[in-house]
Design a protein around this ligand. Structure first.
Ligand code: XIL
Length: 344
């Protein structure tokens, strides 16, 4: 006997286009962050559109080994790596260093001891995921006011530590692309533009000592408060390309925190933001990868209210697919941006 509650027929939303195939036709890797969610429809959507998987939080230093005596907590990330492998998807290691998930047991005043402790962590993690096609060796180490972030190891050892970790990563995975990833590099605010210069200064210094590095990750968390500047980002991408480095748009999403409550209006504004930003940055052939930091509202850090910017009321709608896994205007907008992108 039906309960009288209407059942929502959830049509599996694989939509017509595969974002991954659209990207592949243009030499562009399309990826998604994945939290390991078990829902089969969601996993099918992900496998249909994404050719690369990034663990959303399961491969962060403190999560993997919070204390020196802790065994490595590889289980959750192994499940994500297994999902990637069983769907023929590449795996990106995010991240070997992040100030928000530090392994303080590897902090110390002796560089030799830090090399042993942090170096051992890097070796262990990279050896556990030999299939990783790329690694965020560093996440968010550039400063806004200062050249580098005020973080213990970065402040204590500076370029020496950064270079050591990059060389060690190269040694432990001779073929993986090594990445330095950061946020607010796409902003136009006067307080964020120095960050672009600070990143370029770091890259110049690393290049001067032949430190191994292949790409810069521009996270691309597009804010409705601090609007991204597509033009400024393209100029920055060109300066990175002049250094012989590729660019990954590594964590793209649109935070609709201050956009209108009306869903149709808000979805339209979100779509327009995706399309304007992506059309501009994908015009550059040095942009080789696009990762969505959550393909749907169904499982998404903005919807979970994990971001600093939060909607005052109503549920966020940041992603290309809604919480019923149905495509939104943002999906069509990203398809248009991919279709207009030149081959690389
Ligand atoms: C976030 C995840 O989405 C959350 O689930 C987790 O609790 C915290 O980290 N920039 C980054 C990502 O480089 O690692 C962050 O991911 C989002 C901001």
């Amino acid at each position: 006997m039906s309960s009288g509650v209407p059942t929502i027929q959830i049509q599996e939303a694989t939509a017509s286009h595969s974002l991954g195939e659209l990207g592949k036709a243009r030499g562009l890797e399309i990826g998604c962050a994945f939290s390991g969610h078990a829902d089969a429809r969601y996993r099918r959507l992900l496998a249909h559109h994404s050719r690369l998987v990034v663990p959303e939080w399961q491969l962060k230093p403190r999560f993997l080994r919070p204390r020196r005596v802790s065994p490595y907590n590889f289980g959750p990330c192994d499940a994500i790596a297994g999902f990637a492998a069983s769907n023929g998807m590449a795996f990106h290691g995010h991240t070997l260093f992040w100030h928000e998930e530090p392994i303080r047991w590897a902090h110390g005043k002796s560089f030799e001891r830090v090399k042993s402790d942090y170096g051992g962590f890097i070796r262990d993690v990279m050896h556990h995921y030999p299939q990783a096609v790329s690694w965020d060796v560093f996440n968010e180490i550039v400063g806004e006011q200062e050249p580098l972030r005020d973080e213990f190891l970065i402040s204590t050892f500076g370029l020496q530590f950064i270079d050591y970790c990059l060389r060690l990563a190269r040694e432990n995975s001779p073929t993986a692309r090594l990445v330095i990833n950061d946020y607010n590099l796409e902003c136009s605010s006067d307080w964020s533009l120095p960050k672009q210069d600070h990143m370029l200064r770091l890259l110049d210094a690393l290049r001067a000592i032949d430190s191994p590095l292949h790409a810069i990750g521009i996270q691309g968390h597009l804010s409705s408060v601090y609007r991204a500047s597509a033009a400024s980002t393209v100029r920055f991408i060109d300066r990175i390309a002049d250094l012989g480095l590729d660019v990954f748009i590594s964590e793209l999403d649109v935070n609709d925190s201050t956009m209108p409550a009306d869903i149709a209006v808000r979805d339209g504004e979100v779509a327009a933001y995706y399309e304007e930003f992506l059309t501009a940055v994908l015009s550059r052939r040095s942009v080789k990868r696009l990762v969505l930091w959550g393909i749907s509202d169904f499982d998404n850090w903005i919807v979970r209210r994990q971001t600093q910017e939060k909607r005052r009321s109503g549920k966020a709608r940041p992603a290309l697919f809604d919480d019923q896994l149905q495509p939104k205007p943002a999906f069509d907008a990203v398809v248009r941006a991919l279709e207009s992108a030149p081959p690389r």
